[in-house]
Design a protein around this ligand. Structure first.
Ligand SMILES: [Zn+2]
Length: 131
């Protein structure tokens, strides 16, 4: 079942590899991964996975401006931010399991909140620039 859509069955997706299964949602096109003994999570390349990837480096705390993320077109960044905000507001999974982050679930979610705040601030400034 899709974690976001009500009553939509997931479709198995490739590639076939040992130790992990992939699924796609035919309705919202979110992609999932499932490891044995763990609940489903979003698959790599989901916006949350990209943000938490940066958190894998222990000493690094979120610095939006320096991260290179603002290089993404504002509309792309906004879509990513909205997807992350949805997960913050309505949790569907253990986000730390996406990449097996060593941080706690709460630390990962705090990191996502910091990212969203940084990105929102940047998008607002960008908007201001335009007029
Ligand atoms: Zn779905």
């Amino acid at each position: 079942m899709c974690l976001r859509c009500t009553g939509v069955d997931l479709v198995p997706a490739g590639p076939l590899v040992p130790e992990i299964e992939f699924f796609d949602c035919p309705a919202c096109h979110r992609r999932y991964a499932g490891k044995p003994g763990q609940s489903l999570t979003f698959r790599w390349l989901h916006p949350i996975s990209l943000v938490l990837y940066e958190r894998l480096y222990p000493s690094k705390c979120w610095e939006f401006e320096k991260s290179g993320w603002p290089s993404k077109p504002p509309e792309v960044l906004l879509r990513m931010v909205e997807e992350i905000e949805l997960e913050i507001a309505q949790p569907t999974q253990q986000v730390r399991d996406i990449l097996d982050n060593p941080q706690t679930e709460e630390q990962c979610r705090q990191y996502l909140r910091e990212f969203v705040a940084g990105a929102r601030g940047w998008l607002r400034e960008k908007d201001g620039d335009r007029g």
